[in-house]
Design a protein. Structure first.
Length: 157
């Protein structure tokens, strides 16, 4: 079964998407938004690298959606792009019968009950499509703004 490949693709897509969690552009990055970035960075860092900890994925998705909602105007469109990519991941997991937290079990070789293996395997191409130039560009602009406006380096672990 290709479940390990799917987990790898999920981790890779999330790493790409999450590498740019920040803000971009002018001077209107709010203090609350910057504080959220600073506190949420630890959750995002857990998903990077070859040993990604997917046990907190539900929490990461929620925090990312909140950041997208709270993003300042100069990066609102970029956050909308990233949030759309995350929603694609969430929807694909749900269609396969998985909760984001199930990925940690799959990493350990356990397929949760009720998971449709065929739908899980079909998820990989959908996730690979998320590493588009639009998503990469949005992530890059967000990371740049996070560093410039909030003093948060989202690319450093």
């Amino acid at each position: 079964m290709r479940t390990n490949a799917v987990i790898g693709v999920v981790a890779l897509c999330l790493a790409t998407v999450l590498a740019g969690c920040g803000s971009d552009g002018g001077g209107s990055a709010s203090g609350d938004y910057c504080q959220e970035l600073k506190s949420d960075k630890a959750y995002f860092a857990d998903l990077s690298g070859s040993n990604a900890d997917l046990s907190q994925l539900d929490e990461v998705f929620q925090r990312m959606h909140t950041l997208a909602d709270d993003a300042p105007d100069e990066v609102a469109d970029d956050w909308k792009t990233l949030d759309g990519a995350l929603t694609t991941i969430e929807t694909g997991l749900k269609e396969a019968g998985l909760k984001p937290s199930d990925l940690a079990a799959i990493q350990n070789g356990q397929l949760p009950p009720g998971v449709d293996a065929a739908k899980l395997q079909a998820l990989a191409p959908k996730l690979e499509a998320l590493s588009s130039s639009d998503v990469d560009g949005a992530a890059s602009r967000i990371a740049s703004n996070a560093k410039d406006k909030c003093g948060v380096d989202l690319t450093a672990s």
